[in-house]
Design a protein around this ligand. Structure first.
Ligand code: F6R
Length: 240
């Protein structure tokens, strides 16, 4: 793992953009898997700025995502497709037909899991962007997830439901199930950029980087990948 520790969230976001662009600049049609959550928002702003202020084109970019809640209406603003449209896709020149978001269609859920696993194994992403759960999850691969897990329906655990309830008006509104890209599918990506910020991620960061590879901390499976760049701020790095 390549580890980059930055002084704060802003520097983490800028560094993420530098790392990201140095990879995708060399690729004609880069395939990118986008995470949601609070952590990558600053990084996505950097991507938007690069387009709006510096004219960087994302015309050939192919966009995928990492996970989606089950049970929310298509127009619900908590859906991750809403998040990605709002923070990034509507603000850069990515072509609509190049965006393939999980469950943003009428496919039955199980068919959608197989379809996504198939895409990610046959056409590996150039970059998978990840955040990190305080309990060590990546995507919605919660503690207990097996190494060989594929894209599938999962039950969210209590820690995640509680963490994510900050974005809903009350905890009962947080869906209990989601689709997540599996660990095998994540590890199929050619490059992985993982971001983490804040003291509440410090324990998970420590287990991910310095702990044993274990289903208790699914992020530790990333130790098995050759091209992972972990970009974290000082607070997130404080237990290393
Ligand atoms: C989001 C995702 C999650 C988040 C993680 C951290 O697509 O897959 O694994 O990356 O829960 O969330 P934040 O960034 O909100 O702390």
């Amino acid at each position: 793992m390549k580890l980059i520790i930055t002084k704060d969230y802003e520097e983490m976001s800028k560094k993420a953009y530098t790392e990201f662009s140095s990879i995708i600049n060399k690729i004609e049609e880069p395939k990118i898997g986008f995470a949601t959550g609070s952590t990558p928002i600053g990084f996505y702003k950097e991507i938007v700025n690069s387009y709006q202020k510096n004219g960087v084109s994302y015309e050939n970019l192919k966009a995928y995502n990492l996970d989606e809640y089950i049970g929310l209406n298509q127009d619900n603003q908590h859906r991750y497709n809403y998040f990605l449209n709002h923070h990034i896709f509507n603000k850069i020149n990515v072509k609509k037909e190049n965006i393939d978001i999980i469950l943003d269609n009428n496919n039955p859920i199980l068919m959608e899991c197989d379809r996504y696993s198939d895409i990610l194994s046959k056409n590996p992403l150039d970059v998978q962007i990840l955040g990190l759960g305080a309990n060590g999850h990546v995507g919605f691969n919660e503690p207990g997830t097996k190494f060989n897990s594929k894209t599938r329906v999962v039950e969210l655990n209590e820690v995640t439901i509680k963490d994510n309830s900050r974005l809903f008006s009350n905890i009962d509104e947080v869906p209990k199930h989601a689709i997540t890209v599996g660990i095998t599918d994540i590890l199929n990506a050619k490059n992985i950029i993982l971001l983490a910020s804040g003291i509440n991620k410090s324990e998970a960061v420590k287990k991910m980087i310095a702990g044993e590879i274990s289903e208790l901390c699914p992020a530790s499976y990333l130790q098995n990948h050759n091209n992972v760049t972990v970009i974290i701020d000082q607070e997130a790095a404080s237990k290393l």
